[in-house]
Design a protein around this ligand. Structure first.
Ligand SMILES: [Zn+2]
Length: 266
């Protein structure tokens, strides 16, 4: 019994020793950690720490404001319908180039943009305005380029419309195209075309310049054409003025007798 008690007592002492040693080791480790934390970091007053944390949270972030306006862009022609042709230039291609550039500009401005086509595919004219109706677009902007093979010096800007409620948008875009591209304005033209018949929103067809004009052809036939890029910017300006400064738009004169790209009359 005594031996057993001794043994028990001996075991108990060993355990106590081990617990004591572990506790001391833990205390030393914790002290060393606290010492490290205290002296290894730069100490700052607590008010400064809090104010820095608030600044981190409130740091300004660049956010494009959504203005809620929906624009339906219609690059004219496409697929089997190449539109006007001059030398090796197809109207359908440059219409799409300008439309894609314009789409990027407008999306950057916070507009929501839908495209009746985004590649070289054929879309019926009526299907284009039906599509713009289906996305609840606020405006429809159809992008075309004019041609006149009989005289390569001819160049002017015009915008075609159909309803009276299209006229403000037509004037806004014509004024911007004419001013920024430095081309004579020939006024807006009433145009009875299936593209417009079922459109629920102000709708226009832009003919910013003549692709058959010698000086224009030289510029717009280049790859990454700065001229077509400038046209996207002028269309963007016309669209932004329409939404953001409608009172500042000078009404363009009507010029219904004007000659327009015969292909667009089909
Ligand atoms: Zn066209």
């Amino acid at each position: 019994m005594l031996i057993n008690r001794y043994k028990k007592s001996g075991n108990f002492s060993k355990k106590r020793l081990m617990v004591l040693a572990s506790t001391i080791a833990l205390i030393l480790l914790a002290s060393a950690s606290l010492f490290y934390i205290k002296y290894s970091k730069e100490t700052k007053p607590i008010s400064e720490v809090i104010s820095n944390a608030i600044e981190d949270v409130l740091e300004p972030v660049t956010v494009v404001e959504k203005n809620g306006n929906i624009v339906c862009l219609d690059p004219g022609h496409g697929g089997s319908d190449v539109g006007a042709i001059y030398k090796k230039l197809y109207e359908a291609d440059i219409n799409l180039t300008v439309a894609k550039d314009l789409q990027a500009h407008l999306e950057n401005d916070g507009y929501t943009v839908y495209m009746t086509r985004s590649d070289d595919s054929f879309v019926e004219k009526r299907a284009r305005s039906t599509y713009c109706n289906s996305v609840n677009a606020d405006i429809l902007v159809s992008i075309h380029h004019n041609t006149y093979d009989a005289d390569h010096s001819v160049n002017y800007s015009t915008v075609l419309y159909y309803k009276d409620s299209d006229k403000l948008l037509a004037s806004s875009i014509l004024n911007a195209n004419s001013e920024l591209l430095e081309i004579e304005s020939k006024g807006i033209v009433k145009f009875d075309n299936s593209l417009f018949w079922t459109a629920n929103m102000p709708s226009i067809l832009s003919e910013a310049l003549f692709m058959t004009n010698t000086a224009e052809y030289t510029q717009i036939s280049k790859s990454n054409s700065a001229r077509l890029s400038a046209e996207a910017t002028s269309l963007e300006t016309g669209i932004k003025n329409y939404f953001e400064n409608p009172d500042g738009i000078v009404a363009s004169t009507n010029n219904d007798s004007i000659t327009i790209d015969r292909i667009d009359q089909d």
